[in-house]
Design a protein around this ligand. Sequence first.
Ligand SMILES: *Cc1c(COP(=O)(O)O)cnc(C)c1O
Length: 397
Amino acid sequence: MIVRGEGVWLWDSEGNRYLDGNSSIWTNVHGHHHPTLDAAIRAQLDQVAHTSYLGFANPRASELAERLCGFFPEGTLERVFFSDDGSTAIECAVRMALQYRLNRRENRTQFIAFENGYHGDTLGAASLGGVGRFTATIGRYGLEVSHVGSIEELERLSPATISEVAAVIIEPLVQGVNEMRLWPRGMLAALRHWCDANAVHLILDEVMTGFGRTGTMFACQQEDVIPDFLCLAKGLTGGYLPMAATLTTGRIYDAFLGAADQAFYYGHSYTANPLGCAAALASLDVFENERTLESLQPKIARMTELLSDLSARHPEVHEVRQCGLVAGIELRRTDGSKFPVAERIGEEVCLAARKHGLLTRPILDTVVLMPPLCVSNDELEFAVNAIGAAIREGFGA
Ligand SMILES: *Cc1c(COP(=O)(O)O)cnc(C)c1O
């Protein structure tokens, strides 16, 4: 039972303290119980907690939409559709990408996604996913999706196939659920180029990578790429409340104007919830006031040092994959072979790390280290030491 939080720390019901090494499943950004976020939510509560966005607007949502679009050059991403979580941000992008084609009487109803990608658990989002253990049970009952493994494979698709594609979706820079696997540098820019050349829309799933995780506000900024749809969720409210946003261009927005059958019939009851918007605005304020992005670079460098040291000391650390303040530490046998899945080594190591004050979760045998961005160098060292101690105990050395 987790009962309390402060900064990067969480307390359980027995009074034990843990560093939140997984940012409460990749959501928390500035730490728990942050005074700015807390105050913003309280102030909004004194106004109103929730009002419907169907046919109405609210000031916090308008401000937030403006702030989010402000991260991108004028004439690019300038429209925002709010929803509730990562999966719905994706559903919304995919529905828009599809209906855009239908509204324009184009015969492009297929999607391309990447093998081992993860885009959420609702049916449409899950059908885009390429991680077998999440999608095997439901089969392929969702969208019509072709999965490719690389940009090279994409480039080999036949013109006939490409002519039916509405959009490509990708997690930029790093595939989170795929044990934190990084794309080669330049891949994202090459993908944007391919999309432009083939009149295919690009959907970026920045549900995990958004809001500073990879060292820049958004991962796409590292390769100067602007997508046609940008999906944001987890860190949007600083990890406080469930809320998501799908950003798109004016051009796509315009295709939904006019006759009633052109409209985007989509919306959730809690769309643009004012408390969520207030938290999100406060989180963006903290990015400015605490100079969060500037303070990140030295922490990222320190994390690299600490993890390379960990890897040098423990032969069971097969590979460390790091992108900004996101890291995956893959454990294997010392001969390089994988542990049998049934041994659940990753889980065992994470359970052992708890005794050393670190809370995190494995993905198979990859231990994830993704602390809130407010983590200090000392706290990073504490977290990596806990993983080291857990590995030592796990392998009885
Ligand atoms: C977590 C995640 C999602 C799904 O978000 P939910 O809020 O859990 O629905 C989608 N895409 C990526 C890349 C994610 O990490």
